[in-house]
Design a protein around this ligand. Structure first.
Ligand code: ZN
Length: 381
């Protein structure tokens, strides 16, 4: 099994005992009332998740996500059960295409695959290109699918490809993935080719602003992320990252300094649900030593703690949801194993005292603000 999130040299593992809260059997009446309220909110509010690896998961092990799959993290019945309105499907492009060629072709093929998936079940899915298309889709009983490219390799050194992919329906590009590419350095790659963005990468940022393509800074090295925040005229997203505050030294998550710069850019971090992103002990212990032993998982409450950290540091306007579902393998937290779990996350936020208005910002409002600002920037507004 290949997990799109992880470099070959890092795998998760897991030691440490974690307490579980939320949805156990011993819930009190009060807990039940909170969960009822959370379930209601999950269905009333628009929920946008900015990173699911469904297309690559289907490429490697095809199943029909319009029906219950019992194997993927995402399928239509569980998306409806969890109140998910819009899923950003990642058009993930493996690094090998950067070196051997064919990255653009691979991305176009994946985009066509997504188009076919949606076209086959217009009763269940709708491809969307703007925030305004999401609620009408949901009213028709459809789960909205938006698309982002994970890894800028398919630009293939040609700025014109930013417009080409926008025309194909892509709404964000994660500039790099696990390895540095011709655009940017990557957090997991100790080879720092550029000490940030490449000269071409700087032009890409400007072109994405011009075209109206959201820039995704997840996976970038710190210096590349700071370069983007310095250059971009529009707010950016980190579509699936968590807070380094809880995982010191783990550059794949965002430091407090980066979060402050992101907030100054009016951008948003969408919290990754991977246990290794959430809890330091689940990341740092070498799983070779624990092979064959029981895995331990983070809990949905840890996702809420990351959201709370961003809110306390830079404000509730700068955090959202970027699960990384179907890209993490068996590393998802208790209570958030699949797309039916969003109500459990909302319940944790309610328990922390967050209001409906604040939770709405986390579920979609903040991402919509960035998405619209990027569109406005392209129109010169
Ligand atoms: Zn990723």
């Amino acid at each position: 099994m290949r997990m799109t999130e992880l470099p070959p040299v890092i795998s998760w593992c897991v030691v440490g005992v974690l307490s579980c809260s939320g949805c156990g059997e011993d819930t009190t009446m009060n807990d039940r009332a909170v969960h009822d309220e959370a379930a209601r909110l999950a269905h009333e509010l628009v929920i946008v998740d900015t990173h699911l690896d469904v297309p690559y998961r289907l490429l490697t092990r095809p199943v029909d996500v319009a029906e219950s799959t019992f194997s993927t993290n995402f399928d239509y019945p569980r998306a409806i059960a969890g109140g998910l309105d819009c899923a950003f499907f990642a058009v993930y492009v493996p690094h090998s295409y950067e070196t051997k060629g064919g990255a653009k072709e691979f991305a176009e093929k994946t985009i066509a695959d997504i188009g076919r998936l949606v076209a086959r079940r217009p009763d269940r899915f709708a491809l969307v290109h703007t925030p305004d298309e999401i609620t009408p889709a949901r009213k028709r009983g459809q789960v909205a699918i938006a698309m982002g490219i994970e890894n800028g390799a398919p630009l293939e050194g040609n700025l014109g490809n930013v417009q080409l992919f926008h025309d194909r329906g892509i709404r964000y590009i994660t500039l790099a993935h696990v390895h540095a590419n011709h655009i940017s350095d990557a957090s997991w790659d100790t080879t720092r080719l550029w000490n940030g963005l490449s000269p071409f990468g700087e032009l890409v940022v400007a072109e994405m602003n011009r075209v109206g393509m959201i820039i995704d800074i997840s996976h970038l090295s710190d210096s590349a992320a700071f370069d983007v925040l310095r250059i971009s005229r529009a707010p950016v997203l980190a579509t699936h990252s968590s807070c380094r505050h809880f995982t010191p030294g783990f550059e794949r998550n965002m430091s407090d300094d980066l979060l402050r710069a992101l907030a100054a850019n009016d951008g948003v971090i969408d919290i990754n649900f991977g246990s290794m992103f959430l809890v330091d002990s689940l990341r740092t212990v070498n799983d070779r030593a624990s092979k064959g032993k029981q895995h331990h998982y983070a809990d949905v409450k840890h996702v809420a703690e990351h959201i709370d950290h961003v809110a306390r540091l830079v404000g509730i306007d700068h955090v959202g949801i970027g699960s990384d579902f179907d890209g993490l393998g068996d590393d998802l937290p208790t209570g958030l194993k699949d797309v039916s779990g969003y109500p459990n996350l909302i319940a944790e936020l309610l328990k922390m005292g967050y209001s409906r208005e604040q939770i709405e910002k986390v579920c979609s409002g903040n991402v919509f603000r960035v998405w619209r600002a990027v569109e406005n920037c392209a129109r010169g507004e």
